[in-house]
Design a protein around this ligand. Structure first.
Ligand code: GLU
Length: 257
């Protein structure tokens, strides 16, 4: 039987904070405990927000924390062809369709219900465009997103956008593609992403991929009980380091002492 595999998959659109450190340490410890593989993956498909400098800093911070991972690190921006290929497969089976509506148009024709992010569900304007028409509009350079046709478990999202090729947003299809290609058996990530998991499982089923075991851990919160984030001014690991906080102290504070 193949060895179990865990991964930590940060997006380099900023510096890591204690919440990321917790998630990385948790995956690493779980992997260690059962002699499983531990991988780090850089999720930088959004080239408007991600930078090489942040990616390099993230790896440096993780090494500082005492983590070791398998090389080479998979960097998503080097693998767009893999994501495109899986989108094509999904389109061929009529599970997805390209949607050309702007945010404003989508909202104007939206349904009453809202998705887990609070956005009204898409009304389906582009669901029945002919393939010829869709291909013509893509070739003409229009902006578009790929929507996954809602069904059963994913109904809470309506027809969810799983990739927006022209703005470099590939999250759902990229995560599913890479977890499959890298043989990930255990996905351990924050509760903030839990609502996306049914979408990922649905994509795995459609594409014939095995579904990993999913665990969603609690989020590390600040003293006011708020989720840590760059926008809330949570200290980065880098700034803690620069202020003389040791990796031992960070690990101990997060319960990995
Ligand atoms: N790249 C995602 C993030 O940083 C996490 C993806 C995942 O763990 O599935 O929020």
């Amino acid at each position: 039987m193949a060895r179990h595999a865990f991964r930590f998959a940060p997006s380099p659109n900023g510096l890591l904070h204690l919440g990321h450190a917790y998630s990385a340490l948790l995956n690493w410890r779980m992997a260690k405990a059962e002699d499983a593989r531990f991988l780090v993956r850089i999720e930088d498909t959004d080239i408007t927000r991600c930078t090489i400098a942040h990616a390099a800093q993230i790896l440096d911070d993780l090494a500082w924390l005492g983590l070791g991972w398998e090389e080479p690190v998979r960097v998503q921006s080097e693998h767009f062809a893999d994501y495109e290929e899986n989108i094509s497969r999904l389109w061929a089976m009529d599970a997805v369709y390209p949607c050309f509506c702007s945010r404003k148009e989508s909202l104007a024709h939206a349904r009453e219900e809202k998705d887990p992010d609070g956005v009204p569900l898409y009304g389906g304007t582009c669901r029945n465009l002919s393939r010829d028409e869709a291909e013509r509009r893509i070739a003409a350079g229009e902006q578009y997103g790929w929507r996954l046709k809602a069904s059963g478990d994913t109904a809470l999202w309506g027809d969810a956008v799983i990739a927006k090729p022209r703005v470099g947003s590939w999250y759902h299809i990229a995560v599913v593609t890479d977890d499959h290609l890298q043989g990930i058996t255990h996905v351990v990530r924050g509760k903030d992403i839990e609502a996306a998991t049914p979408l990922h499982i649905k994509l795995q089923k459609l594409l014939g991929f095995a579904t990993p075991l999913y665990t969603h851990h609690d989020l590390i919160r600040d003293e006011a009980g708020d989720k840590l984030s760059k926008s809330a001014g949570s200290p980065s690991l880098l700034s803690l380091r620069q202020n003389g906080v040791t990796a031992e102290k960070v690990r101990a504070e997060l319960g990995f002492g």
